[in-house]
Design a protein around this ligand. Sequence first.
Ligand code: BGP
Length: 463
Amino acid sequence: MKQFPSTFLWGAASSGPQSEGSFNKPHDSVMDAWFKKRPEDFFDRVGPDIASDSYHHYDSDFEQMKECGFNSYRTSIQWARLIRNLETGEADEDGVQYYRNLIQSAKAHGIRLIINLHHFDLPEELLETYGGWTNRHVVDLYVSYAKTAFELFGKDVDLWTTFNEPMVIPECGYLDGIHWPKYKQRGKDAVQIMYHLNLASSLAIQEYRRQNHSGKIGIILNLTPAYPRSNDPADLQASAFVEDFYNRFFLDPAVYGTFPRRLCSLLEEQGVLFSSSESDTAVFKNNTVDFLGINYYHPRRVKARETPLIKGEWTPAQYFEDYEKPGIRINPYRGWEIYPEALYEIAHTIQTEYGNLPWYVSENGMGVEDELRFADEAGIIHDHYRINFYNEHLAQLHRAIEEGSACFGFHAWTSVDCWSWNNAYKNRYGFISVDLKTQARTIKDSGRWFHQLATTGVLEDDS
Ligand code: BGP
């Protein structure tokens, strides 16, 4: 039996663009626009327009989250919903009312909210007009949006995060070509975007503190620990590059207000270092996070590049290749390796290299296709695989906490099954299933199991 701290946050995460539906939004986000342009990019042509309709169901959803034992929940405000005038940061009345109601409902249900400001959902016009995050002006516009959000809700919400997985924006949109605008290997743009996202986060933190709220503010990062194929210096170098580029380029500025030196020298030497203003250095230094949220799903196995790239623009791909280690466990629906030990290692890294900063697991979970095959006549899904997945990860987390890691919570992905980029509703992650035709919700076995865990703080050895 493993006992977690009594103050632990237990719950799950979701996001505005994946759960709300697009009702009454003054603007489209890049995800809305992507679906309108290319519905065929999404599994079964299901878009974010209705999603799980939490715009109309948030109240009963909180009710069911309570039944699953939640004491906390993270979602995000949609910039494209809250802000009517993107240049001035003026709020939209319906958006304000919606988020106000949501916050009140969470409070009435005794659920502590963590509100995130950006979950890949840039308003489309800012991509069209300015080239999105490549343009520093968009950083300023994001900060005026954040300012409005803090002014409106800063008194009622005491935990904020500036971004969810900022690395996904350049990685999937400008390097791998899988998220809108679907560019491939635009290394220089990706580096500039990474810099701007870090800057936007620090400036939003500065604004939050300027308003003198009593809560705390952090950032949510997807840490994907890199493991080299071998101890061969070339493999070690490849994995060190991946660590710096994909993980520490966000971790270091968030926690220390600096960028990884080794990587910056390399970028400079290659002529692709980001452009910056002199005054930025102080902004980074003075506005580091209060806490981190870490999304952990899978590790990354890397080796030195073996197949040369066709010569072209600078890209991080020239320094490594992904590699499939023989004998690993894979979630076949998502294609992600299952490796719970890495969660312990992440905790250890934060403890030993990042000043044992307070942090929590902000996402962890397992997406499974066609889950209805595991449902009984009452429609209850018996998802023992998900319970096993969480058990294994929580055991590693518990080990780290025993050793002094300052982890203060665990949020699963997700509460109610939600929409996803590309995969739409193919893989289900929730504690609560949703019928897309009727929007009826049913708690899965994992939701009942989580209730027991969250309300006692005890992870049974054989649960
Ligand atoms: C994280 C995102 C979430 C969620 C999750 C599951 O990276 O923060 O938004 O989607 O991954 O991944 P997917 O939906 O791609 O299977």
